[in-house]
Design a protein around this ligand. Structure first.
Ligand SMILES: [Zn+2]
Length: 81
């Protein structure tokens, strides 16, 4: 019997920086217009970011994600490696 691994990710994007009420831009994942922004300020649906992280956790993704709990300078160092 094959096992099924289900990963569900829920991001809390209630902070104001995740919503740009003035401008819709193409989501970096699905290319559909969105007012949502990821931690770097790039246009991205919350559901697309959640799916991206879930794929990363499963080892099948190539996510461009950042741990928002880490201060910005540390994230920059992380990317520079
Ligand atoms: Zn999207």
């Amino acid at each position: 019997m094959a096992a099924l691994l289900v990963v569900r990710v829920h991001l809390d994007w209630t902070a104001p920086g995740h919503y740009d009420r003035d401008r819709s831009l193409p989501c970096r994942v699905c290319d559909t217009a969105t007012k949502m922004r990821d931690a770097q300020g790039t246009a991205c649906h919350q559901s697309c970011a959640e799916d991206e992280i879930a794929r990363e956790l499963l080892g099948t993704g190539r996510a461009r994600i950042a741990d928002e709990r880490v201060p910005v300078p540390a994230q920059t160092l992380e990317v520079a490696r």
